[in-house]
Design a protein around this ligand. Structure first.
Ligand code: IDP
Ligand code: MG
Length: 154
């Protein structure tokens, strides 16, 4: 099982898309193990986006992400990082394939609805940035044994 940090960005919240996006992950079999609805301050955003510091879009990105509340979540599943990135689609809405979250709901480059960790190292760092260890809940939905078989679980 792997965990990934997902943020439904201010545009997703303001456009009333939180439920529809979360439903896609639930439908796929990913399990919500932590969630918090909050506004992100500049210092937290600077840590979260530290790899992008100095890029031309950085200032606009930090402004956008702190402008209005976001839904920060941890999702769990087998290969959750890759599965979620595939479901999100390419970075820019205009490039993202139909059937992906960014492809179906957006056309913008920066207003692309969702953040997802891009590697196990990033996931570990990002989850620790937003949640204390005891805020990530160990649990399994009732139908879980019909989502993965023994081979999936290795
Ligand atoms: P990702 O979210 O698909 O991992 P990153 O390259 O990590 O994409 O960029 C982080 C975020 O910065 C993007 O999700 C998007 O909101 C914003 N962004 C990236 N590149 C650009 C750009 O060229 N113009 C405007 N915003 C950008
Ligand atoms: Mg990224």
């Amino acid at each position: 099982m792997e965990r990934t940090l997902i943020i439904l960005k201010p545009d997703a919240v303001q456009r009333g898309l939180m439920g529809r996006i979360l439903s896609r992950f639930e439908d796929k079999g990913l399990v919500l193990v932590a969630a918090r609805f909050r506004k992100l301050d500049e210092s937290l955003l600077a840590q979260h986006y530290k790899d992008h510091e100095g890029k031309p879009f950085y200032a606009g990105l930090v402004r956008f992400m702190g402008e209005s509340p976001v839904l920060v979540m941890v999702l769990e599943g087998v290969e959750a990082i890759t599965v979620c990135r595939k479901m999100m689609g390419k970075t820019f809405g205009r490039d993202a394939e139909g059937g992906t979250i960014r492809g179906d709901f957006g056309v913008s480059r920066s207003y692309n609805l969702i953040h997802g960790s891009d590697s196990p190292e990033a996931a570990q760092r990002e989850i620790a940035l937003f949640f204390d260890a005891d805020e990530v809940i160990e649990w399994q939905p009732a139908g879980h044994k019909w989502v993965y078989d023994a081979e999936d679980l290795g």
